[in-house]
Design a protein around this ligand. Structure first.
Ligand code: KMH
Ligand code: ZN
Length: 271
């Protein structure tokens, strides 16, 4: 089995201070959360930019500051979001790709997302994939429902993505595929041969989905973007705390952890 790549999704676009005081907002806070998660065992950090008032933004300057602050302190892989927040335009969301980060998310389909719609038209997806190719950014294919796997394969046929693909299977978003292990198994069974995959469970699905992923030979994503609780009714105090739990589980299950450089090899980031 490959060494375990842990991604820490430290803030997301939707988690607000009213829900948890622990969500990082400023570039300094986001970078500290990322560095702390890396010290706990994460080899990738997934970050979203925020304005000082906490609202989501895809402002390139904010992403640049977040990346630079993390780079000064850690060799962790920085993965930026092109998903942004529900309701953002494609132009807003995709601008960050031109910063040429090591890695960026690429959602390959439209899906209901809570009370909103996370809109990813065929044109938007093809455009983001082409830009990632142009700037040498490794895409992580974000799959919120099963059809998005086939959509990614179509992009390979069109020459917009190159195999092997790297997927993040996200289960448990309200409106998308539910956070059940049976659904995870079905998703894994439909992945193109040779793909690598990470699994993320939203809310209470985080612990069972990530534990199953460790056992099944996949990689895992945890963090406050996906789940703000450590246990029922008790807030997690940081993404690092959630990473530390995964590390303990992995150790008990005999899965070694990947360093950031080992993670680069595993997920296909060329140096
Ligand atoms: N905020 C969600 C609507 C990504 O980062 O690429 C989309 C999202 C996925 O978080
Ligand atoms: Zn995200």
């Amino acid at each position: 089995m490959q060494k375990l790549v842990i991604t820490a999704a430290v803030n997301g676009a939707e988690v607000m201070r009213e829900q948890t005081p622990y969500v990082p907002i400023t570039p300094e806070e986001i970078a500290s959360a990322a560095v702390e998660a890396a010290a706990a065992g994460a080899s990738i950090v997934h970050v979203h930019a925020r304005r000082p008032d906490g609202s989501p933004t895809q402002d390139k300057a904010v992403y640049r500051e977040i990346i630079e602050r993390i780079r000064e302190q850690s060799s962790v892989i920085v993965q930026v979001s092109t998903g942004g927040a529900v309701g953002m335009t494609a132009d807003e969301r995709g601008d960050v790709i031109s910063l040429a980060p090591e890695m960026a998310t690429l959602s390959t389909g439209t899906v209901n997302f809570g009370e909103g719609v996370f809109y990813n038209s065929p044109d938007l997806i093809a455009d983001f994939a082409a830009r990632m190719k142009k700037y040498g950014v490794r895409p992580e294919i974000e799959v919120f429902d099963i059809g998005m796997i086939a959509n990614a394969q179509n992009l390979v046929k069109k020459g917009l993505l190159s195999e092997p693909l790297h997927f993040d299977l996200v289960l448990g978003v309200p409106g998308a595929i539910p956070g059940e292990i049976a659904h995870l198994m079905h998703m894994i069974a439909t992945l193109p041969q040779g793909s690598t995959w990470t699994a993320a469970g939203v809310g209470r699905a985080q612990l069972p989905i990530t534990t199953a992923a460790i056992l099944l030979g996949g990689h895992v994503r945890v963090g406050l973007e996906d789940n703000i609780y450590y246990t029922k009714g008790r807030l997690a105090e940081s993404s690092a705390q959630l990473v530390a739990r995964v590390v303990r589980i992995a150790q008990e299950l005999g899965r070694e952890l990947a360093t950031p450089d080992e993670a680069r090899q595993i997920v296909g980031i060329s140096s």
